[in-house]
Design a protein around this ligand. Structure first.
Ligand code: FE2
Length: 273
């Protein structure tokens, strides 16, 4: 077993410094600005916040698995529903298929170092199912409640692995990730799925609350990759600082696992790392 794989199995996460060059990080941040500038706000913008399940149940969200979609911070609008600042600095994230639909994101997602990492971790049968560019802008960047990624990318057996790329330095001040070493040795609490009526709901497996007491801040430099076990509870706090904290995330699943047809995220053909 490789050293990386042993540490990943032990801790449930793996921090790899200098995984991407500054130029590679900048290429995604520059690309995001271009995508946003080409995006025209139509109708009601979608606000993303994991604690507000009902807000994420609209068609725009449910169709985003196969699209490049834009989600705003909940505090981005004034009482009249007008953006308080420019669209770029109002966004929470872009998702969820840039890694397949956009050449810049695809190149980042299928870099030589990603292929080597997938081999090191024994993920050679994995396919990329979802991507997000998370802005966590200065002052407005929202909280991400403690969660397990397998709740949102459920397979039988469980197989979800997350890759979190720091496009900028991530610190306690600007909302870095928090997780507990070994915290993945637990049960899956719930699963986010589609209902027959066209909405979404959580199916509860285990009501044991997440423990955050032993979580530590994963403060990392620009260019770092953090790999996350799908069972590892993790979170990030709001960014009230003056420094943005952009990150890109990828999630993979085993191509041999069963992907239920009522998972919230649905899309067609999936391509390997
Ligand atoms: Fe996550």
């Amino acid at each position: 077993m490789t050293d990386r794989r042993a540490r990943f199995k032990r801790d449930g996460f793996l921090v790899i410094e200098d995984f991407n060059t500054y130029a590679e990080c900048d290429s995604l941040m520059d690309r995001a600005e271009i995508l946003v500038s080409n995006f025209h706000l139509e109708g009601e913008a979608t606000i993303f916040q994991t604690s507000e399940q009902e807000r994420t149940s609209d068609d725009y969200f449910l169709n985003s698995g196969g699209n490049i979609s834009f989600f705003f911070e909940k505090d981005a609008f004034n009482g009249d529903g007008v953006l308080k600042r420019d669209p770029f600095h109002s966004l929470n994230k872009i998702g969820h298929a840039m890694h397949d639909l956009d050449p810049v994101y695809s190149a980042f997602s299928r870099s030589p170092q990603m292929k080597e990492l997938a081999e090191d971790l024994g993920l050679t049968d994995h396919v990329l199912i979802q991507s997000m560019h998370i802005f966590k802008h200065a002052e407005i960047g929202g909280v991400v409640d403690v969660h397990q990624d397998s709740s949102f990318l459920f397979t039988e057996p469980l197989s979800c692995v997350g890759f979190w790329f720091a496009l900028e330095d991530a610190t306690r001040e600007n909302g870095c990730l928090w997780a507990e070493p070994g915290g993945h040795k637990t049960t899956l609490r719930k699963r986010f799925k589609r209902t027959k009526s066209g909405g979404t709901e959580f199916e509860i497996f285990d009501e044991t609350p997440y423990s955050t007491d032993e979580m530590i801040p994963l403060e990392v430099k620009k260019g770092t990759c953090i790999v996350l076990d799908g069972l590892l509870p993790h979170m990030s706090l709001p960014n009230r600082s003056a420094k943005s904290r952009q990150a890109f995330t990828l999630h993979s699943i085993s191509s041999t696992a069963v992907y239920p047809s009522d998972n919230w995220l649905q899309r067609g053909d999936l391509r390997p790392i």
